[in-house]
Design a protein around this ligand. Structure first.
Ligand code: ATR
Length: 280
């Protein structure tokens, strides 16, 4: 749809932001539903999130996605935060609610949606092991606990951070050990190990011999599309999901907050896959 005088604008703010996959994902969603919306990317310098929020108010932007380095800073400029955004200290989405700007975090919920959608398995009652304790891991730990996981163990290179992440899961959370990997129903890699373009490319984030048939193994890394962990987990007989699903489902939750329409997840996922292919 060609933009007109009534077109609503949504955007991602970040630095850098030029390789963001969010514009193709959201624009594919708007197109699939024939919505009069457009989604663009704004490169906002570190420390200038407040200016971006002022611009959102002045321009009446329909929605914002927030990525590095603004996820923590932006909170101070918003009218309210959801409990998840407050607990995580991180906002990845800003949406209007009755004239107020609300900071959300859709990352963890997006992961659980992706897992349940792709495997047909509910998180409730499952033993989960999260490898990593950074921003993505923390969002996943909180969402697993909120979805009723029986246990959320966190394993991380830096143990102090594992402890802080595990606390987000309340009574279900604890610091894990390598022995927890084979005992878990669901194993999630939330580190950057295995990601192309990093020192961890081609490597595994956990010992391969701990993986077993019957588990679900999720890798949040989506570049490459199929990671060394996914190959190893498949060889062990596990059910495997990659990171594109979380990317798409966290975007789908944002789309729904802004537009009020159920997100066309298939179209958004196809656009994500095509954009990743184009970057490869
Ligand atoms: P994100 O926001 O994407 O989650 P992050 O906050 O930088 O990124 O977190 C990266 C995670 O990957 C951390 O858990 C980090 O471990 P540390 O807390 O010990 O730094 C983990 N990570 C990165 N490189 C790693 C490596 N080579 N080996 C093990 N863990 C690694």
């Amino acid at each position: 749809m060609i933009p007109t005088g009534t077109t609503r604008t949504a955007a991602v703010i970040g630095n850098p932001v030029r390789h963001s996959l969010s514009p193709p994902i959201h624009n594919a969603g708007f197109r699939a539903l024939d919505l009069d919306w457009v989604y663009v990317a704004f490169d906002i310098a570190p420390g200038r999130a407040a200016d971006a929020v002022a611009a959102m108010r002045a321009l009446h932007l329909g929605g914002l996605s927030v990525t590095m380095p603004h996820k923590a800073d932006i909170a101070a400029s918003l009218d309210r935060l959801t409990p998840q955004a407050r607990m995580l200290g991180a906002v990845n989405c800003v949406a209007w609610d009755q004239g107020e700007l609300v900071g959300h975090n859709t990352d963890g919920g997006g992961f659980v949606d992706s897992l349940e959608h792709e495997t047909g398995t509910a998180v409730s009652g499952r033993r989960c092991l999260v490898v990593g304790a950074g921003g993505a891991a923390r969002a996943v730990v909180l969402a697993l606990a909120e979805s009723g996981a029986a246990e959320v163990a966190v394993l991380n290179r830096t143990r102090r951070k594992a402890h802080a992440a595990a606390e987000l899961a309340g009574p279900a959370g604890r610091v894990g050990t390598v022995a927890d990997i084979s005992a878990a129903d669901i194993v999630i890699n939330a580190t950057s190990v295995g990601m192309d373009g990093t020192g961890g490319a081609g490597r595994l984030p956990l010992p391969q011999d701990q993986l077993r048939a019957g588990q679900i193994v999720a890798d949040l890394v989506y570049h490459p599309f199929t990671t060394p962990l996914m190959v190893a987990a498949r060889a062990a007989g596990a059910t495997v999901i990659g990171g594109v699903g979380m990317l798409v489902h966290q975007a789908a939750r944002q789309f729904e907050l802004w537009t009020g329409h159920a997100a066309p997840v298939q179209a958004m996922g196809d656009a994500a896959a095509a954009a990743i292919d184009a970057h490869a």
